[in-house]
Design a binder for this molecule. Structure first.
Ligand code: BES
Ligand code: MN
Ligand code: MN
Length: 462
C-alpha cells in the first residue's frame, strides 16, 4: 500500500502525536461548568488547526439547549471535488471527568507514552480518534497540492458525553448545512487487537434522576428516627424493585418492542474471537458476570436493554459518621435501549413504575436528563465497501461487523434528519479504559486509523 498521502502521514507521525498531546492537555470536561473555558479553548484550537490544514468556511457554531448556552460545534468544509461523494466527518472533543484521580498512574491531562500506548483522558474517546480524521485530511491536502479526492464536511461537538443535544438541534434545524452522502464516525472500538472492525449498531439511552423527598428538613436521627420517613431507604426500595436478582428489568412492558437480532447476525457474533473467561477476569475483573439468563455476553451488551445506577448523591457522605435523616435523596439511573425501543415510551413506562414502587411518607420526582435513540446501520453501501477495502490494506485482514453497547446519540439523527448512512470505523481497543482511570490509545492504532481514513477517501474519490 502506498500513496503520497500515506507517505506524508508516515513521515509526520511524531509531529501528529505531539499535536494530539497538546490537545489532550486541555481538560475539556463538558459536564463540569468549571471547565467551560477549557472546553471552548479546545474548540478554538481545533478550528485553528482545521483552517491551517486547508479546510474552508471554518467556524464555531454556538449551541443552546433548555435556554442555556452549550459548548460550541466546530465546522469546516472543502467542497471542490466535482462529481465526487461528500463525507461528513464527525467527532467529539469533550471528555468525561477524570475521577478517581488517585487511580491514574500518570495525571489524566499530562499525556504520557508507556508501552506503545498514549495515556490521557480523551486519548481514545474521542480526541485521538477525532484527530485521526484531521491528520488524514492534512495528509491528503498536502499530497494533493491543496485538493482532496472527495468533498468533506467536518463537524465536531463538545457535548457528546452529556447527551449531545446541541448538535441534535443543529442537525434538525439546518440539515442542508451538513448535506453529505455518508457520515464517518471514529468513536468505537475494534473487537480485538489487529482485527479491523466496523460497528453497525449502538444502543440508545435514557439518563434519569430520581429525587425522593421526606421530611421538610434534615433531622436528628435519634430524636426522629422511628417516626420520620427516610428518603434513602425509600430510594433503595424503589431501585431494588426495578430489577430482579437474575438481571431482568421489571418495568411492565419494557421488553415489548425489543427487536431480536437476525439469526444471521447472531451466528456471526458466535464466530467472533470472544473469550468469556478472559473478558470476565481481565476486562471486568469480577468473580462472575451478571445479567439476563439465556443471552450471551455479546447479546447482553449489544442487543438487550439494561438499567444501571450511577450514583446516589445526597445525605452524609463525608469521612466519619453523622447521625442525620436526610430530607432528600437522589439517584442517577440510566437505561440502555435497543432497536425497537424509543426513549419516549420507555421513559413513560419507567416513570409510572417508579411511582408505583414509592413507599408511603415520601414523594418522588423523576426527571429525564438526556436521551438518545438506538440505531442499526446498513452495511450494503459503497462507503462500507471502501472502509473494508482500506482496512484490508492497512491491517491485512478482513473486517468484522460488531455492535457497540455504548451510545453516540447523533448517529440516529444523521440517519433521520440527514437521511444518510453512517460508517462507524473505530480504532479503540477493548482494554482502553474509556471513562475510567488510565484511559489510553494504542499509538499504532492512531497511525493505522489515519492511514485507513486516507485510503478510504482515496478509494471513494478514485
Ligand atoms: N464513544 C462512546 C460510545 C461508545 C463506546 C460506543 C464504545 C461504542 C463502543 C461515547 O463517547 C460515549 O461514551 N457515549 C456515552 C453517551 C451518553 C452520555 C449519551 C455513553 O455511551 O455513555
Ligand atoms: Mn466517544
Ligand atoms: Mn465517551
Amino acid at each position: 500500500m502506498s500513496s503520497a498521502a500515506i507517505d506524508f502521514a508516515r513521515q509526520n507521525q511524531p509531529r501528529f502525536l505531539e499535536e494530539l498531546k497538546a490537545l489532550l492537555r486541555i481538560p475539556s470536561i463538558s459536564t463540569l461548568p468549571d471547565h467551560n473555558a477549557d472546553t471552548r479553548h479546545a474548540a478554538e484550537i481545533l478550528a485553528a488547526e482545521m483552517k491551517r490544514i486547508g479546510l474552508k468556511n471554518v467556524r464555531l457554531i454556538e449551541t443552546t439547549h433548555g435556554g442555556q448556552a452549550g459548548h460550541p460545534l466546530v465546522y469546516g468544509e472543502w467542497l471542490h471535488a466535482v462529481g465526487k461523494p461528500t463525507v461528513l466527518c464527525y467527532g467529539h472533543y469533550d471528555v468525561q471527568p477524570p475521577d478517581p484521580l488517585d487511580e491514574w498512574l500518570t495525571p489524566p491531562f499530562e499525556p504520557t507514552e508507556r508501552n506503545g500506548n498514549l495515556y490521557a483522558r480523551g486519548a481514545v474517546d474521542d480526541k485521538g480518534q477525532m484527530y485521526m480524521h484531521l491528520k488524514a485530511l492534512e495528509s491528503l491536502f498536502e499530497s494533493g497540492k491543496g485538493k482532496l479526492p472527495l468533498n468533506v464536511r467536518v463537524i465536531l461537538e463538545g457535548e457528546e458525553e452529556v447527551g449531545g443535544e446541541g448538535i441534535a438541534a443543529f442537525v434538525r434545524e439546518h440539515p442542508e448545512e451538513l448535506k453529505a452522502d455518508f457520515a464517518l464516525v471514529s468513536d468505537t472500538e475494534m473487537f480485538a487487537p489487529d482485527l479491523p472492525t466496523l460497528c453497525v449498531g449502538l444502543r440508545g439511552m435514557i439518563y434519569t434522576e430520581i429525587e425522593v423527598r421526606g421530611a421538610k428538613t434534615d433531622l436528628h436521627s435519634g430524636m426522629y428516627g422511628g417516626a420520620a420517613p427516610n428518603p434513602f431507604v425509600a430510594l433503595a426500595q424503589i431501585i431494588a424493585g426495578l430489577k430482579d436478582r437474575e438481571g431482568k428489568i421489571l418495568i411492565p412492558g419494557f421488553y415489548d418492542d425489543v427487536e431480536v437480532p437476525s439469526a444471521e447476525e447472531k451466528a456471526a457474533w458466535k464466530r467472533l474471537p470472544f473469550d468469556e473467561e478472559h473478558y470476565r477476569e481481565k476486562e471486568v475483573g469480577s468473580p462472575v458476570l451478571t445479567g439476563e439468563a439465556g443471552h450471551s455476553v455479546l447479546e447482553r451488551t449489544w442487543a438487550r436493554p439494561t438499567l444501571d445506577v450511577h450514583g446516589m448523591p445526597g445525605g452524609f457522605t463525608g469521612a466519619g459518621a453523622k447521625t442525620v435523616i436526610p430530607a432528600r435523596a437522589t439517584a442517577k439511573v440510566s437505561m440502555r435501549l435497543v432497536p425497537g425501543m424509543t426513549p419516549k415510551k420507555s421513559f413513560a413506562q419507567y416513570m409510572s413504575f417508579v411511582e408505583s414502587l414509592t413507599p408511603k411518607g415520601v414523594t418522588v420526582e423523576v426527571r429525564m436528563i438526556h436521551s438518545g435513540d438506538p440505531i442499526v446501520v446498513g452495511t450494503d453501501n459503497p462507503y462500507v465497501t471502501a472502509a473494508k477495502g482500506a482496512m484490508r490494506e492497512v491491517f491485512g485482514k478482513e473486517t468484522v461487523f460488531v455492535r457497540g453497547g455504548g451510545s453516540i446519540p447523533i448517529v440516529g439523527d444523521f440517519e433521520r434528519h440527514l437521511k444518510i448512512p453512517t460508517v462507524m470505523m473505530g480504532f479503540g481497543l477493548p482494554d482502553d479504559n474509556l471513562h475510567a482511570p488510565n484511559e489510553k490509545f494504542h499509538i499504532a492504532n492512531f497511525y493505522r486509523g489515519i492511514e485507513s481514513v486516507i485510503r478510504m477517501f482515496e478509494r471513494l474519490g478514485g
